[in-house]
Design a protein around this ligand. Structure first.
Ligand code: FAD
Ligand code: UDP
Length: 385
């Protein structure tokens, strides 16, 4: 008899499995319908021996010391700050838009002190910021919106930015300085030996059994377990009873070149030309030294694996209906990007599952296998518990 059946071996499932097994002494079975652990962060060495990410580039970044320290139990880190260039008007310029972008794109000689005023002249006043279009127009105005955001967003989501929640393009800041980094989080690093090795370490506890190639619906009636943690798509759990939640998918096309370097930086975004959105060269991310190089092109599409929840009001409404159903199931916990239909980064998913673990611990009176000090991971809001 397992204490927990955990559906999904991505970050959401693996974190809760590890905590329940190693801290609460629970016996858990982790099932994943794919033939590997790691969820969408799964990486492997391709035919040339280059470490690549099967489901697109995953760059770890977080402001949470707790999340960073927690994952640091299972991996050492390779420091890496991601830098992205956008192909615009025949040039490659930094994105997020910053002082360098404006000067390079328009041939200007602005100083940092002048950028805010410059952008204010270009930007459009918006009383309410509701959509992804509002966000960008109110920060940088129409020309930059059209050059960097409109085409990319249309390709990525098959929606106009005016049809998407503000939160989507708000992920990309605008800077008045010369900081070309994609992220400014305190902790930016890659698992030194890759994500799959990190997951192997997390799931290596004797209380954890892992079963791949298995949809949980094939085994849930034949395996004895007390509670379930579910990290797959929430609509699938309920047999799509209210209809399917929209997800966006991507086709990843990999290529290997016989040269050591393919492009100038880790990722180049293509907002306007080409059917793909971006090209990522993995050796920048991993720091791997190799005479060849491998890259991935991302072609967004409607059908396929559900990678991105689509943040817009009607979808949030539909998700809320499913969420109400989840609340009627006290013995099933829903966590992760698909099960809670949230456009979460990896660190947010890790934090969500660490919080869920705390909640479960507070609900159950479980004897801890370790001292209380190590039982609870530090809280995700930076305060010690
Ligand atoms: P997943 O990783 O999707 O894991 C869920 C698992 O459940 C899957 O393995 C699936 O096979 C399994 N499953 C589903 N249904 C069933 C079933 N019925 N039975 C059994 N198993 C099932 N985040 C970052 O922080 N930085 C990045 O640079 C970044 N880049 C990204 C790039 C792309 C292209 C994508 C799609 C996402 C990116 N993310 C990034 C987000 C990151 O992938 C997620 O935050 C994280 O992987 C979510 O973890 P999860 O466990 O919730 O979901
Ligand atoms: N975006 C854009 N142009 C860019 C980069 C991003 O329009 O050059 C918009 C687009 O809508 C994208 C969103 O901002 O889906 C979030 O970008 P991010 O790079 O965070 O996407 P992810 O890495 O999650 O795919």
């Amino acid at each position: 008899m397992f204490d927990y059946l955990i559906v999904g071996a991505g970050f959401a499932g693996a974190v809760i499995a590890e905590r329940l097994a190693s801290v609460a002494g629970k016996k858990v079975l982790v099932v994943d319908k794919r033939n590997h652990i790691g969820g969408n962060t799964y990486d492997y060495h391709d035919a040339a021996g280059i470490l690549v990410h099967k489901y697109g580039p995953h760059i770890f970044h977080t402001n949470s010391k707790d999340v960073y320290d927690y994952l640091g139990k299972f991996t050492s880190w390779h420091p890496y700050e991601h830098r992205v260039l956008a192909s615009v008007d025949g040039m490659l310029v930094p994105i997020p838009i910053n002082l360098n972008t404006l000067n390079e794109l328009y041939g200007l000689h602005l100083e940092a002190s002048e950028v805010e005023a410059y952008l204010q002249l270009k930007s459009e006043e918006k009383a309410i910021i509701k959509t992804s279009e509002d966000v960008v127009l109110s920060k940088v105005g129409k020309d930059l919106y059209q050059k960097f955001f409109r085409g990319y967003t249309k390709k990525q989501w098959d929606l106009d930015p005016s049809e998407l929640d503000a939160s989507v393009t708000a992920r990309i800041p605008v800077r008045f300085n010369r900081d070309n980094r994609y992220f400014t989080d305190t902790y930016q690093a890659m698992p030194a030996l890759g994500y799959t090795r990190l997951f192997e370490q997390m799931l290596s506890h004797p209380n954890i059994k892992v079963m791949t190639n298995t949809d949980y619906k094939e085994i849930e009636d034949s395996i004895a377990f007390k509670k379930m943690i579910y990290t797959g798509p929430v609509d699938y759990y309920f047999d799509n009873c209210y209809g399917k939640l929209p997800y966006r998918s991507i086709e990843f096309q990999f290529r290997t070149f016989d040269t050591a370097v393919f492009q100038q930086t880790g990722t180049i975004n293509y907002p306007n030309e080409h059917p793909y959105t971006r090209v990522t060269e993995f050796k920048y991310l991993s720091g791997q030294i190799h005479p060849k190089t491998s890259v991935v092109y991302e072609f967004p599409k409607a059908e396929g694996d559900p990678y991105y929840p689509v943040p817009r009001p009607e979808n949030a409404e539909l998700y809320r209906k499913y969420q109400l159903l989840t609340r009627e199931l006290p013995d099933v916990y829903f966590t992760g990007r698909l099960a809670t239909y949230k456009y979460y980064n990896m660190d947010q998913v890790v934090a969500q599952s660490l919080s869920l673990f705390k909640k479960i611990m507070s609900q159950e009176e479980v004897p801890l296998t370790q001292g209380i000090a190590s039982a609870y991971p530090p809280s995700v809001n930076g305060k010690d518990s």
